[in-house]
Design a protein around this ligand. Structure first.
Ligand code: ZN
Length: 338
């Protein structure tokens, strides 16, 4: 549910402290033409909502890290809106290879912003580039269709218009890079650390979860955690079995993330509302319950079709209802393997 203008302003003032902001900064924060919804979550840190997975911009001194970069076609718009808050993006992170988190990679690569991703993500991002090359060269009609879709997704009407006008630039950047458009500049292993000005950003990959290349990011100095898609907050989660996902592994990732949190940690989930550690507990609980129910369904002799049609009371009101049956089916299959 989007915030009303008044709630949005109140949240801004509460989080950022109105008196601490110069008038020019206030004007930029309250601008009426944004495509994305910008939420301050800590000093020099903004969550960026809408049109893809939740992104996060972290600024310290003259360095800025962008975590995830939305759907394809929106790279130029995202970059432009980031540059209203910082002079340059010095580093980017892909939490995993999915298109709704790496869509801006061609723009970042074309403008010389280094992209970091887990080593397992690299071949998958190379594959994305190979698949997307055909789209880059599909012609103006296809670009116009893409722009029309983008136009309706803006947080403001003016933002939608501006983003639509920038779609051809995203296509041109993709064409310029071809199959290399999405590949990261550098890969990391299971534990690494990035420096952003005075801040340390800890990166962790626990094992297969939502995919085989999930990285979550912890910024202890800001008490902030970006989960990537290891947390769908009160939404049915997508388990990418084709990319090595595992609900059992996902639970282990949740436990590792929970160990990083205290009662005051701000949690940016990959999808859904910004929350605290209860969002991650909810994700863990989801799989714990679902695995039990699917194991029971198998024990009772229920077919896959019967099992995916089950209703689980604890998930009442969860969004992404359209993928519920797929998720249930994937866990049903997982409980039958081995
Ligand atoms: Zn994902």
């Amino acid at each position: 549910m989007p915030l009303t203008r008044r709630e949005f302003t109140a949240a801004m003032l509460g989080a950022a402290g109105a008196s601490a902001l110069a008038p020019a900064a206030l004007a930029r924060l309250f601008d009426d033409d944004v495509f994305f919804e910008w939420r301050p979550v800590a000093d020099g840190a903004w969550a960026i909502l809408g049109a893809g997975g939740n992104a996060l911009l972290i600024k310290s001194r003259d360095e800025t890290l962008l975590i995830d970069c939305k759907n394809f076609g929106l790279g130029p718009t995202l970059l432009e809106e980031c540059l209203r808050r910082t002079d340059a993006i010095t580093l980017a992170l892909n939490t995993h290879h999915h298109g709704d988190h790496v869509g801006g990679n061609p723009t970042l690569n074309a403008t010389g912003v280094p992209i970091v991703a887990h080593a397992n993500a690299e071949p998958r991002l190379a594959q994305t580039g190979a698949q997307m090359s055909a789209l880059f060269t599909a012609g103006q009609e296809r670009e116009a269709q893409w722009a029309d879709q983008v136009r309706g997704q803006g947080h403001t009407d003016a933002g939608g218009e501006r983003a639509a006008a920038l779609v051809p630039e995203a296509f041109a950047q993709g064409r310029g890079l071809g199959e290399r458009a999405f590949v990261p500049s550098r890969t990391v292993g299971d534990a690494d650390e990035l420096r952003v000005g005075d801040l340390t950003v800890q990166l962790r990959h626990i094992g297969p979860g939502h995919t085989d290349n999930d990285v979550y990011a912890v910024i202890p100095q800001l008490n902030l955690l970006h989960t990537g898609d290891l947390c769908f907050h009160r939404l049915h989660p997508f388990i990418d079995m084709g990319a090595g996902a595992s609900s059992a592994g996902w639970i282990e990732s949740c436990d590792a993330m929970l160990a990083e949190c205290d009662a005051d940690t701000t949690v940016i989930p990959g999808h859904g509302e910004i929350g605290d550690r209860s969002a991650i507990r909810g994700q863990r609980e989801y799989f714990s319950i679902l695995r039990d129910r699917m194991a029971e369904a198998r024990a009772e002799g229920l077919s896959r079709d019967e099992a995916v049609a089950l209703t689980i009371d604890e998930f009442e009101g969860y969004g992404f209802e359209r993928i519920k049956e797929r998720t249930f089916g994937d866990v049903y299959d997982e409980m039958g393997a081995g």
